[in-house]
Design a protein around this ligand. Structure first.
Ligand code: CMP
Length: 147
């Protein structure tokens, strides 16, 4: 099943250009990168993107983090791209991943449960919505319903 998913390289990772290059090189070996965009969100944009987490205890931290600096959004395509990217990233918690899945990107680059360096859509349905949110105005972005 050929899919497209949304990956974010979050602000803590963007602060280190060498790490960004290393990560993007690994990503390029595993996925076809259809879109790449560097973005800085307003508070309102971050709150809208993470609306499903509104009311969670970490919501304020999450929005503060995602508006702390620029990040990179990638549209990644490939077979089972949604689950493949989540596998490559590892789970939410970097410290736990260092034990359970040390090869994962979050184990290697993530800092804390909030500053975990990466995002990946959790389903094909979510991917379509998130890709439209980030790339909806681009040529490919208008075609996500076919992704
Ligand atoms: P992500 O899974 O991409 O989307 C939700 C984000 O909320 C998650 O990455 C973390 O950055 C943050 N988050 C999730 N759970 C926690 C938590 N327990 N404590 C702090 N931040 C969290």
């Amino acid at each position: 099943q050929w899919e497209t998913t949304l990956a974010l390289l979050k602000p803590d990772l963007l602060a280190d250009a060498a790490r960004v290059r290393a990560v993007e090189q690994e990503i390029g070996q595993q996925f076809r990168v259809q879109e790449r965009r560097q973005i800085a969100w307003t508070r309102a944009q971050a709150e809208a993107f993470y609306a499903e987490h509104q009311g969670r205890p970490f919501f304020g931290r999450l929005v503060g983090y995602m508006t702390s600096g620029p990040f990179v959004a990638l549209a990644l395509a490939g077979p089972q791209a949604v689950s493949q990217w989540r596998k490559t990233m590892g789970g939410t918690r970097p410290v736990q991943m260092r034990v359970r899945n040390p090869a994962s990107l979050r184990a290697r680059f993530g800092l804390t449960d909030t500053r975990n360096s990466f995002h990946g859509s959790d389903s094909a349905e979510t991917a379509r919505r998130e890709l439209a949110f980030l790339f909806g105005d681009s040529k490919i972005g208008r075609n996500w319903e076919h992704a």
